[in-house]
Design a binder for this molecule. Structure first.
Ligand code: SAH
Length: 212
């Protein structure tokens, strides 16, 4: 029917707006980035479903709602700021961040995933993203300090080096907890102090690092 919403519009309405996502910049970015371009051919029909999907190497593209909550909590302003993302994965969240922030630095430990994401995002015309292969628990001091940091893999605690690379009033969002479930936390750096807030329960793949 002509008035039916397409799967992307349904996702925005039923999964994001209905659950309280309000930030216009986030909703508009999620409208512009086509999630089906970030999953395998065989998963395209489910690309706008309310769940993560496999992207190879035992990793997943995050659930759309999680991408939206995390991005909203970074409190980015359209066209401003530098964001560090740990866990490039498919590059889907990287694209959302690059739509909003002025610059994105994204770190991935699996070079095949990083290369694939770079190819995909370059093909889509993004030219404000730096791709780093390495251990994201170390952050990326070269481009620090960051206005915001998002970690898309879970660990028992937030790596100290990441907090150190936040600018004053910078925000860091990360799933913190055990292997089977975590709490999404937002840390805000205020001078040399850190304020922490729990947002929602979640399940992410583990951050794999020898340094934490
Ligand atoms: N935002 C991505 C999520 C991918 S899953 C997406 O939606 O596609 C998390 C990613 O974190 C995986 O690609 C995994 O390889 C990566 N990862 C795990 N530990 C890491 C580390 N120490 N440094 C960088 N990336 C890491």
């Amino acid at each position: 029917m002509a008035h039916d919403l397409n799967p992307l519009q349904q996702m925005i309405k039923n999964q994001l707006i209905a659950r309280g996502i309000k930030d216009e910049a986030v909703l508009e970015a999620m409208q512009r980035v086509k999630r089906h371009l970030f999953v395998s051919e065989t998963d395209r029909l489910q690309a706008y479903g309310d769940f993560p999907l496999p992207i190879g190497h035992n990793q997943t593209i995050s659930q759309p709602y999680m991408v939206a909550v995390m991005t909203e909590r970074l409190r980015l302003r359209q066209g401003e700021g530098t964001v560090l993302e740990v866990g490039t994965g498919s590059g889907y969240q990287t694209a959302i961040l690059a739509e909003i922030a002025s610059e994105v630095v994204t770190v991935e430990r699996i070079s095949a995933l990083s290369n694939k994401a770079r190819q995909r995002l370059t093909g889509l015309g993004y030219n404000n993203i730096r791709y780093i292969v390495g251990d994201g628990a170390l952050g990326c001091p070269e481009y620090a300090p960051y206005d915001a940091i998002v970690v898309t893999a879970a660990a028992a605690h937030v790596p100290r080096l990441l907090v150190e690379q936040l600018r004053d009033d910078g925000r860091l969002v990360m799933p913190v907890g055990g292997a089977s479930s975590q709490t999404l936390q937002v840390l805000t750096r205020v001078a040399n102090d850190v304020h922490c807030q729990d947002i929602v329960n979640c399940v992410f793949v583990p951050l794999i690092s020898e340094t934490i």
